[in-house]
Design a protein around this ligand. Structure first.
Ligand SMILES: [Fe+2]
Length: 361
C-alpha cells in the first residue's frame, strides 16, 4: 500500500488559514480569568481533593465551572473548528502547590478533551524543563533540553501547555497555521507542496511499538475525505532517522520541500510569537497548528527554571483523521479516545507532579 495521499484541488483558504498580523494583540483575544473564575476553579479543585479523587479519575462533571464553562466551550470551538488555538491567561499558579496546580490544570483541560499518555511510561502530565538531556541522546525527545525546537506537532488532537515559570532569556513559544503555510506552498511551489503529501522518514526517538521499527514514514500534509490534516515532524527527527541504515533516504526534492516548509513556518507573515507568562495555558489543535520554540537560558538558582506542563488531549468529536496516521497513533477513530503514545506493557497511566520525574528510561 502506498502512503501517498490525495491532494485538495487548490489552496484551502478557510478560517484555519490565518496569518500572524491578526493576532499580535494577544491580550485582546485571550480568555482572561476573573477573580470570580479563580474562586470557582479553586472551589472545584478543592472539592476533588477533599473528596479524595485520584487526579486520573477526575472527569468534566467532577470539575463544575458554572460561570466559566460557557467561555471554555467557546475556546474549545475556536481550537477545533475556527483557528486551531486558544489561550487562557491569568491563573495564579504561584500560589498553588504541585498537587493543586495539576488538579486545576487537569480539571480545566477536562472541559477541552480526554487526556492520553504522552510517552512510553504512561505520563498523562509532562514537564517541559531542561533536565540536561543532550542533543545526541537519540532515544530522547528534545523537550527536556534548552535547545531550539523546530515547528512540529504532538501526537494528539489537542496539546495543552501551562506556563509555571519562564526563562531568563529566549524560549519564545511560536505557533503557525499549517493550513496557511500549505496554501502558500501550493500557490508558489506546487511541486514542493506535492512532495510533502508523500512519505517522509521520521525517527521514533526510542518510542517503538512492539514489533515495530525505530522509524516510520508519514506524509506531512494529508487530504482525507475533504479534510486537511498536517503532521509536521521535529526537523531534527528527520535528520536523526538516517541513523537507521534501512530507513529511506531523503531525496533532494524532499529536502528542498522541507527547507521551504520550515522557512515559511518562521516567516513573520505566518509565525505568531507568543509572550508566554506564568499562569497562561495554550491549547493547540495539532492537525492545523504547528508549534516550536527558540533556544533559551534559565535564570541562575534559586530562581526556578523555565517550566511548562504539557497535557495531551483526545477530542474524538474533532475532524476525521487519515488512516496514514496509524503509523504513529495507536488509534484514530472518531467517537473514542484517540492519539497519544503507545505505553510499555508493564506501565500504567500516571500523573507525575514533580518536574524531575524522568520521562524516559
Ligand atoms: Fe511539542
Amino acid at each position: 500500500m502506498s502512503l501517498q495521499a490525495a491532494m485538495p484541488p487548490g489552496p484551502l483558504g478557510d478560517s484555519f488559514a490565518w496569518q500572524a498580523d491578526a493576532f499580535h494583540d494577544y491580550d485582546s483575544w485571550a480568555l482572561h480569568v476573573t477573580p470570580g473564575d479563580v474562586a470557582e476553579i479553586e472551589a472545584a479543585a478543592t472539592a476533588t481533593k477533599t473528596g479524595g479523587l485520584d487526579i486520573r479519575k477526575i472527569d468534566k462533571v467532577d470539575f463544575p465551572l458554572p460561570g466559566l464553562a460557557p467561555r471554555l466551550r467557546t475556546l474549545r470551538r475556536r481550537v477545533l473548528d475556527e483557528l486551531g488555538f486558544g489561550y487562557i491567561r491569568g491563573l495564579p499558579v504561584e500560589r498553588w502547590d504541585p498537587d493543586f496546580r495539576v488538579r486545576v490544570y487537569w480539571g480545566l483541560s477536562r472541559h477541552i478533551g480526554d487526556p492520553v499518555p504522552q510517552n512510553r511510561n504512561g505520563h498523562l502530565i509532562g514537564h517541559v524543563i531542561d533536565i540536561g538531556t543532550q542533543v545526541n541522546e537519540v532515544n530522547k525527545r528534545l523537550t527536556q533540553t534548552n535547545l531550539e525546537l523546530s515547528f512540529h506537532v504532538d501526537s494528539c488532537d489537542v496539546v495543552g501547555l501551562l506556563c509555571c515559570a519562564t526563562s531568563l532569556s529566549g524560549g519564545e513559544s511560536a505557533i503557525v497555521s499549517g493550513v496557511a503555510v500549505h496554501d502558500e506552498m501550493m500557490r508558489t511551489r506546487p511541486d514542493l507542496c506535492a512532495a510533502l503529501y508523500g512519505p517522509i522518514p521520521m525517527d521514533r526517538r526510542g518510542e517503538v511499538p512492539a514489533g515495530g521499527n525505530g522509524w516510520y514514514e508519514m506524509p506531512l500534509f494529508h487530504w482525507h475525505r475533504e479534510s486537511f490534516t498536517g503532521f509536521a515532524p521535529v526537523r531534527q527527527y528527520v535528520e536523526s532517522v538516517q541513523r537507521f541504515p534501512e530507513a529511506p533516504k531523503v531525496t533532494p526534492l524532499l529536502a528542498e520541500a522541507l527547507d521551504v516548509f520550515y522557512k515559511l513556518c518562521s516567516d513573520p507573515r505566518f509565525c505568531l510569537k507568543i509572550p508566554f507568562r506564568p499562569g497562561d495555558i495554550q491549547y493547540l489543535q495539532n492537525h492545523v497548528v504547528f508549534h516550536g520554540r527558540t533556544a533559551y537560558l534559565d535564570p541562575p538558582p534559586p530562581k526556578p527554571k523555565r517550566h511548562l506542563m504539557r497535557i495531551w488531549l483526545s477530542a474524538s468529536d474533532g475532524r476525521e483523521l487519515p488512516p496514514a496516521l496509524l503509523a504513529k497513533w495507536p488509534a484514530i477513530a472518531s467517537g473514542a479516545r484517540r492519539g497519544g503514545a503507545v505505553i510499555a506493557a508493564d506501565r500504567e497511566w500516571i500523573v507525575p507532579l514533580e518536574p524531575e520525574t524522568p520521562a524516559y528510561g
